[in-house]
Ligand binder design. Structure first.
Ligand code: X8Z
Ligand code: ZN
Length: 619
C-alpha cells in the first residue's frame, strides 16, 4: 500500500547505500532461511538462487499483510488490528532474516540486477527479539487505528448533549469557517487527540531505532534517508539545497498571504511581520492553503468559476469523479482500470463503521488487484487527490513486469509525484474538454490560477520539509519526548513562518495529529515529489511539442508524452533514481528550477503586491 509504512515498502526500502553492522541476532533468525552451505565460499549462482527465493517468500508474505491491512483499515476493530499486526510481524521477521543473510554475498562480483536487489533487501528494520517485534507491529497497528478513530467531543457550556466531530468534520470547519474562535476550537480539539498515543509513539521509536541499528544504520531516520541512492548526509544536504532554491518564492507567497489575512482578520490576530497563526490558513496542519483562496484572491474579478461548486451542484458521484481521472490516464495510452478496482475500492465514507479515511492506493496481489481507499467528497481538493491516488495505481500496474524487489518507485518521491504531475494538466482548457467547465463559465486569469496553485504547491514545501526534519531529530534522539512540541513549533516557525494558535501544552503531541506521524510514514517523499512533479511536467510538455508557458500546458491526450511517461514508470526501482529521472527529463538531480519557471509570472506579481502593501502601510 502507498502512504503507509505497514508493508514491505516501509520496512524494506530502496537504495544503493548499505552499511554493514554487527550480525547480532543472525543466529536467532537464520534457522528459517533457505540454507546455504556456509563452509563453501559464496558463488554467483547461490546468490541468484537466494534472491529468487527471497522474492518468492517476501511476495507471499507481503500479499498476506496487504490483505490484512486492507481489512483492518476498512473495519477498525481490536481483532482486525491484531490480525494485521501478526501479518506484518511475519513480514518484518522475514525481511530481517533475508537482510542479514544477504550480507554473505558482500564483495562478490555479481550481475548488476542481483547486486541491486541484495542492496534493496538490506534496507529494512531487523528486530530479532520475538516479543519486541510483536510489540512493534502492535504499536504500529494501534496508532494507525487510534488516528483513524480519533474524534473531538466539545463540552457544551449550556449542559446540552455534546456531539463528537470526526477529522472529516473538523477539516471542513478549517476549510470553510472564517470565524477565528471556531477555527481555533477545531484546531485545538483535533491536536489534543494525539496525546492519547504519545507514550506508544515513544516506545515505538525506541523499538524502531533498535531495528535500524541492528542493520547498521545510525537510527531509523538514517535508514529512511538511505533510501535515496546516496548517503543519508548527502540526502539531507540535497534537500536543503533544493529548499534554498525555492525559498524566495515561498517567502513572497507568505508575505502576501499574511497581508491579506491581516486585512480579513485584523491586526490583533495577524501581525504585520513574523509568523501567521496556524489556524487561519484553511487547513488543519497549515500544509496547503488553497481553501483560503477566496480570502486572498486578486480583486480583479476576472473569473468566478469554482470547480468545487460545479461538482457539488451537479451532485457528481465519487465514482464519476474517479472515472474522469481514469480518462486522463487512458488518454495517455494507459489501460482502463481493471473491473475489480471498481468492485473492491472504497470511495465513500461508510456510516456504519470506523475506517481510516486518509486516502491511499493499494496494490494487493502484485497482479491486477489494485484499489483505492478514500472518503471522497465532491470538491476540487478531492478531485486532485483522486488523480494523485491513480498515479500510484498506474505506477503499480506499469512495473508489474519487474521482479518483486523492483516493483516499487524509483524512489518514494517518484511514487508521490506521478499523479500530481497528471493533475498539473488540469487546466481550464482541459476542464472544458471533459465538460466540467461550460462555454459561459468564466475561469480566472493566469495570476488567479497560479495563485491558487501556489497556495496548494508552494505553501506545502516547508511543511513537507519540516515533518521529517522533526522526525529525523526525534529518531536521532536529539529531541526528547518532553520537547517534542517545542521542537515541532520551532521548526514550524523557522520553515513555514507559522505559530501555534495557543501556547504549548504540557505533554502535547502536535506532530502526532498528522496521519503520517501516527502511521510512521516518511514525509520527505512529498517534498521530493513537489519538486519532481514540475521537472516531470516540463519534460513531458517538451515531449508533447508544447512551447508556451509551463503553467498553461496540459498533456491530456498526448500519446508521445504518454509513452515517455510509461517508459519511466515501467522501470520501477530497477535503476537508481537519477537514471530514471534522466530517462524522462535528461536531468539527474532534484531541481527547483522547473517549479520556479512554472510560477515565474506569479512571483513577479506577488513581489509587486507586497511592495504596494508595504507602501500603503508606511506612514
Ligand atoms: O498523504 C497523502 C496522499 C496519500 S499518499 C493523500 N498526501 C500528503 C498528505 O495528505 O499529507 C498527498 C500530499 C501530501
Ligand atoms: Zn500518495
Amino acid at each position: 500500500m502507498q502512504c503507509s509504512s505497514l508493508s514491505v515498502r516501509g520496512w524494506l526500502l530502496a537504495t544503493t547505500v548499505f552499511i554493514f553492522a554487527s550480525t547480532q541476532g543472525a543466529a536467532a533468525v537464520a534457522a528459517t532461511l533457505p540454507q546455504a552451505d556456509k563452509r563453501k565460499a559464496p558463488t554467483v549462482q547461490e546468490a541468484e538462487r537466494f534472491v529468487r527465493e527471497a522474492e518468492l517468500r517476501l511476495e507471499a508474505l507481503l500479499i498476506k499483510a496487504q490483505r490484512a491491512e486492507w481489512v483492518s483499515q476498512n473495519f477498525i476493530t481490536d481483532d482486525t488490528q491484531q490480525i494485521t499486526a501478526e501479518a506484518n510481524e511475519a513480514l518484518l521477521k522475514a525481511n530481517g532474516e533475508f537482510a542479514l543473510a544477504a550480507r554473505r554475498y558482500k564483495g562478490l562480483k555479481l550481475p548488476a540486477d542481483t547486486a541491486r536487489k541484495l542492496k534493496l533487501m538490506q534496507l529494512t528494520l531487523m528486530i530479532p527479539d520475538d516479543q519486541e517485534r510483536a510489540r512493534f507491529t502492535r504499536l504500529a497497528s494501534s496508532m494507525t487505528s487510534a488516528y483513524g478513530m480519533a474524534k473531538y467531543c466539545p463540552q457544551p457550556t449550556d449542559g446540552s448533549k455534546s456531539g463528537c466531530l470526526s477529522l472529516d468534520a473538523l477539516e471542513k470547519i478549517m476549510a470553510e469557517s472564517r470565524d477565528p474562535a471556531q477555527l481555533k476550537d477545531a484546531w485545538i480539539g483535533w491536536h489534543a487527540q494525539a496525546k492519547a498515543y504519545k507514550q506508544d509513539y515513544v516506545s515505538f521509536i525506541a523499538l524502531s531505532n533498535k531495528g535500524a541499528r541492528a542493520m547498521g544504520f545510525a537510527d531509523t531516520g538514517a535508514l529512511w534517508r538511505s533510501a535515496y541512492d546516496m548517503t543519508p548526509d548527502a540526502f539531507t544536504s540535497d534537500l536543503e539545497r533544493a529548499w534554498q532554491q525555492v525559498r524566495p518564492l515561498y517567502d513572497s507567497l507568505h508575505s502576501y498571504v499574511r497581508l491579506k489575512l491581516r486585512q480579513t482578520y485584523g491586526p490583533d490576530l495577524v501581525p504585520a511581520t513574523g509568523p501567521i497563526p496556524a489556524h487561519l490558513l484553511g487547513n488543519m496542519w497549515s500544509q496547503s492553503w488553497e481553501n483560503i483562496y477566496p480570502l486572498v484572491k486578486p480583486g480583479t474579478q476576472a473569473g468566478d468559476y469554482d470547480l468545487s461548486q460545479v461538482l457539488a451542484q451537479r451532485g457528481t458521484s465519487a465514482k464519476e469523479m474517479m472515472k474522469v481521472a481514469e480518462g486522463f490516464y487512458t488518454s495517455l495510452g494507459m489501460e482502463p482500470l481493471p473491473e475489480t478496482f471498481w468492485e473492491r475500492s472504497l470511495l465513500i465514507k461508510p456510516q456504519d463503521r470506523e475506517v481510516v479515511c486518509h486516502a491511499s492506493a493499494w496494490d494487493i496481489d502484485q497482479q491486477q488487484d489494485v484499489r483505492v481507499k478514500m472518503c471522497i467528497r465532491p470538491n476540487e481538493e478531492d478531485f486532485i487527490t483522486i488523480h494523485h491516488e491513480l498515479g500510484h495505481i498506474y505506477y503499480d500496474l506499469a512495473y508489474r513486469g519487474q521482479p518483486m524487489l523492483f516493483r516499487n518507485g524509483a524512489n518514494e518521491g517518484f511514487h508521490e509525484a506521478i499523479g500530481d504531475t497528471v493533475a498539473l494538466s488540469i487546466t481550464p482548457n482541459y476542464l472544458r474538454t471533459v465538460g466540467l467547465m461550460k462555454a459561459d463559465d468564466r475561469p480566472g486569469d493566469d495570476i488567479d490560477n497560479l495563485l491558487k496553485q501556489a497556495l496548494a504547491k508552494v505553501a506545502f514545501l516547508p511543511f513537507a520539509y519540516k515533518v521529517d526534519a522533526w522526525r529525523w531529530q526525534v529518531y536521532a534522539g536529539q529531541v526528547k519526548p518532553q520537547d517534542y512540541d517545542q521542537a515541532w513549533w520551532s521548526l514550524s516557525e523557522t520553515y513555514q513562518g507559522i505559530s501555534r494558535p495557543v501556547p504549548l501544552q504540557a505533554d502535547g503531541f502536535d506532530a502526532g495529529a498528522k496521519y503520517h506521524v501516527a502511521a510512521d510514514t516518511s514525509y520527505a517523499r512529498y517534498f521530493v515529489a513537489h519538486l519532481l512533479q514540475f521537472q516531470f511536467q516540463r519534460a513531458l510538455c517538451r515531449e508533447a511539442g508544447y512551447t508556451g508557458p509551463l503553467h498553461s500546458c496540459s498533456i491530456y491526450g498526448n500519446q508521445k508524452a504518454g509513452e515517455k511517461f510509461q517508459a519511466m514508470l515501467k522501470l520501477g526501482a530497477s535503476k537508481p533514481w537519477p537514471e530514471a529521472l534522466y530517462a524522462m527529463t535528461g536531468e539527474r538531480q532534484l531541481d527547483g528550477s522547473a517549479l520556479i519557471e512554472y510560477f515565474q509570472p506569479l512571483k513577479l506579481w506577488l513581489d509587486q503586491q507586497n511592495a504596494q502593501g508595504l507602501a500603503v502601510k508606511a506612514p
